[in-house]
Design a protein around this ligand. Sequence first.
Ligand code: SF4
Length: 350
Amino acid sequence: MNPFSYVAAKEPGSAIAALAANEGGGTACMIAGGTNLIDLMKQGVMHPTRLVDINALPMAAIEPMVDGGLRLGALARNSETAYHPDVRQSYPLVSAAILSGASPQLRNMASNGGNVLQRTRCQYFYDVAVACNKREPGSGCPAIGGLNRYHAILGASPGCIAVHPSDFCVALAALDATVVVQSAGEERRVAFADVHRLPGDRPHMDTTIASDELIVAIELPANSARFANHSAYIKIRDRASYAFALVSVAAGLDIGDDGRIESARVALGGVAHKPWRIEAAEELLQREMPNDEAYERCAARLLEGAVGQGQNDFKISMALRAIVRALQTAAAGTRIDTANPGRPDLAARE
Ligand code: SF4
């Protein structure tokens, strides 16, 4: 690991200033839970010359907003968020997605903001002995034609076929979350769909958030609580726990008194460089009675243009079936473990 200086920031302004004013032309990075950054530093993938510790900043609250939405502090830990009663009641999709990811120890450390900014788990990205356009622009992409079981089937480019690894972000995309970002000049709000990028010819840029900007909160709109009674997060992976998704689906249905679907949300994880969502696919479910044929039409639209990379060709048919299953599960009603109300029914999320 390279030497680095350490600054413990006391308030957002000093954290942003410390990020911008790294002496010697080095790279400054924020650290909160450190569950991804420390791995990247130990592997030699990232070598910041300054770490700005933001754990003391007042950004850990989870609180209702005046318009009825819910504001998740960027420093609230993933576990706190998943088990928070307001999240469980109004946005159980968020709770289910978080609890399907990582391990209890990691969820206890990982912050909400850090989860959004975590980097791909492409094995070549972590191996500094080989080329990787994301780590070293212009060097090549050995995953194309190489080991690509976990890689993208949608939105990839000739420069990079990596996927975003988060489960939390898939639920946030489905629920139209907003990310609140602070910089030296201003505070700005970014629609979740615009936070992560497709790789294009700049795969080294994961997000639209600059390195000297601070995520202060993630806001869930009041309007998205209408999916609370009919939501499901389905995650398919190689191991039952502590594994990244091959394919995941966050689904929410708003079902009216007449039994028809008023509106739907479907987002995919494990298939692209960002959570994958197509509003035109969701519109295919509007005013339909819940039924498999409509789910299949929605799935086919979501997966339009999907292309396998060889080892991951199976993901296309797997994703199609997972979307249908997630919508079937959501239509049947959100499953909550009533015997243990403090903890969601983990088995039901598998
Ligand atoms: Fe690097 Fe992306 Fe290729 Fe993986 S898929 S080796 S992250 S360029």
